[in-house]
Write a protein that binds this ligand. Structure first.
Ligand code: NAD
Length: 344
């Protein structure tokens, strides 16, 4: 654990909590990056990492990312993340989640958590018995339709920046991944008259979208080389890289996936290829906005959609600053989030 206090100082962390419960063997950690804007919010994952150092580094990286995402969405929230160390397929038991939930409860509302990798509805139900600081489960519903709605609005803001009009009629949009967000996004796009090209590892999902929305289906690897206006990654991260970028023929990259590209150099390379990039955590914040509004007891879908639609204005402001300050969209996104966290 050496050097973690310095890392916390460098990255502006408030708390790093290590939890051990000998009665059930729980080993867990919670990272609270910032509570400047409000309580830290972030999912809890159950995962087995090759080493403790990698686990804590990843936890801190994810917690910090949540602060930026909340600030970018102008929510009264900070960022945090929880981790239960273990293999979700082998080590899960009720006692583990109850014990972890008691640790969350001891933070007295400085950290709200929900589902992440390796944690399911049943685990959340266990945690609910011990603490009110758990959000999610059937009681609040799925955030995915709201993420998709925000991505659609964000794509329109990108179209306005590049083509001078937010209209998507006749635009060719390649959507990678038609899971819960990608599918809902395709429906918004098709309704507006866009031409869709879709890919997914799950052929059945592709077939449904093809039949219902008249989309053209391509093999997963072929999505990168399609002639299109907009490439919308809605599957995994890291999909824009040295190998795929030269194949892209689009003018805009805007999708729901987190960490669409991984290195700063790639952000520059995207710009050099004259492609406009919508920063992932700005455009995909619709689900987080939904979760926060539900946390505050707001249930009216139209009210939530109105709030999610503000992603359009945030992207327009971001692109204006990109032009004026001659920085990359990803850099301006970080600056705007840091301003909102009073780090600048
Ligand atoms: P999902 O699991 O429902 O759907 C992902 C789909 O992508 C699946 O159908 C999967 O088969 C497909 N896929 C995976 N790898 C692929 C590849 N290489 N090529 C083509 N298809 C591939 O997930 P989701 O909830 O729709 O989320 C999609 C992305 O958006 C993820 O990166 C997620 O982290 C991000 N995101 C989701 C939300 C949300 O509210 N669900 C919010 C913010 C960000």
């Amino acid at each position: 654990m050496s050097g973690y206090l310095s890392k916390m100082e460098d990255q502006g962390f408030e708390e790093l909590i290590m939890i051990h419960d000998p009665s059930c063997g729980l080993k867990a950690a919670i990272a609270i990056h910032s509570t400047v804007r409000g309580p830290a919010l972030g999912g809890t994952r159950m995962w087995s990492y090759p080493s403790e150092a990698e686990a804590i580094d990843d936890l801190m990286h994810l917690a910090r990312g949540m602060s930026y995402k909340s600030a970018a969405a102008e929510l009264p929230l900070g960022g945090g993340k929880g981790l239960i160390i273990g293999d979700p397929n082998r080590d899960k038991c009720k006692e583990l989640f109850c014990s972890y939930a008691r640790a969350v409860n001891n933070l007295n509302g400085r950290f709200y958590t929900g589902k992440d990798m390796g944690v399911d509805e049943e685990d959340l139900t266990c945690m609910h018995n011990e603490t009110d600081y758990v959000i999610g489960g059937e009681t609040i519903g799925s955030p995915s339709p709201f993420t998709a709605y925000g991505v659609w609005k964000g794509i329109k803001a990108c179209a306005e920046e590049v083509y001078g009009s937010p209209g998507l009629e006749g635009k060719v949009i390649a959507v990678q991944g038609v899971g819960s967000v990608g599918e809902a996004l395709c429906r918004h796009l098709a309704e507006e008259g866009a031409s869709l090209i879709v890919s997914d590892l799950d052929r059945q999902r592709v077939k449904e979208i093809q039949e219902q929305l008249g989309a053209k289906a391509v093999d997963p690897d072929d999505i990168y080389s399609q002639e299109c206006d907009i490439f919308s990654p809605c599957a995994a991260g890291g999909v824009v890289n040295e190998e795929t970028l030269p194949r892209l023929k689009c003018k805009i990259i805007a999708g729901a996936a987190n960490n669409i590209y991984k290195s700063k150099e790639m952000g520059k390379a995207i710009e050099e290829q004259r492609i406009l990039y919508a920063p992932d955590y700005v455009i995909n914040a619709g689900g987080l906005i939904f979760v926060e509004m539900r946390r505050r007891g707001i249930t009216d879908k139209e009210e939530i959609k109105t709030e999610v639609a503000r992603i359009d204005g945030r992207l327009k402001e971001l692109f204006r600053r990109v032009r004026e300050e001659r920085l990359l969209p990803g850099e301006i996104a970080d600056i705007m989030a840091e301003e909102r966290m009073q780090l600048r």
